[in-house]
Design a protein around this ligand. Structure first.
Ligand code: FNR
Length: 184
């Protein structure tokens, strides 16, 4: 049966390097894996009152419903101030509640961090990994996917020009696919 994979990108920027790398990585998924580009830009900031008082914003309802159908997740994140962007953390928080109804529970995940800098989004990658452990998501441990100096790897249309990067992303995707199959 077809597996539905969500791509969740931590950058909301139109010409995002992270989106470019995440999309091209996800395009390496084999047949039988359907990709869903999951929108997080419209999610209202998490406020527990909305759940407690049953005033759930439409954007949360849409996200929770769409995510319920998803088998596994590819996260592509930039690094903001040595952590993940607020938009991505907000999506994790919105999806994790109400208690006992987390849409993340048990779903395999792959983390890709992307940066124009040398440190390759290490801080974002590991802060995200920490939350995913708590959310009970089995995450690809190896290879760790740090895409640094990303401007050197993309052309003007944000297409990956370095074959070594594509080959590395393919290895990561293959490992992710194995993980998804193990948890099916
Ligand atoms: C950044 N940037 C950044 N880069 C990095 O490697 N480590 C960091 O801690 C930060 N911090 C940071 C904070 C904020 C608020 C912004 C806007 C940017 C730079 C960042 O890597 C760069 O803008 C990327 O281009 C963002 O990714 P996208 O949007 O191209 O995917």
């Amino acid at each position: 049966m077809t597996k539905k994979i969500a791509l969740i990108v931590g950058s909301l920027r139109k010409k995002s390097y992270t989106r470019a790398v995440g999309t091209q990585a996800a395009a390496l998924l084999p047949k039988g894996f359907e990709l869903v580009d999951m929108k997080i830009s419209d999610l209202a900031l998490y406020n527990q009152d909305f759940d407690d008082e049953n005033q759930v914003p439409e954007s949360w309802q849409r996200f929770r419903k769409q995510m319920a159908d998803i088998d596994a997740v590819i996260f592509a994140t930039p690094e903001y101030n040595r952590s993940m962007p607020a938009a991505l953390k907000n999506a994790l928080d919105v999806g994790s509640r109400p208690v006992g109804q987390s849409i993340w529970n048990g779903k395999p995940a792959l983390i890709i961090s992307v940066s124009p800098g040398n440190i390759s989004g290490f801080g974002a990658n590991h802060h995200l990994r920490q939350s995913l452990v708590f959310l009970n998501m089995p995450v690809v441990a190896q290879p760790e996917v740090y895409i640094g100096k990303v401007r050197d790897l993309l052309d003007d249309n944000l297409k990956i020009i370095n074959p070594g990067t594509t080959a590395f992303l393919q290895t990561a995707i293959n490992t992710f696919v194995d993980l998804v199959k193990r948890f099916s």
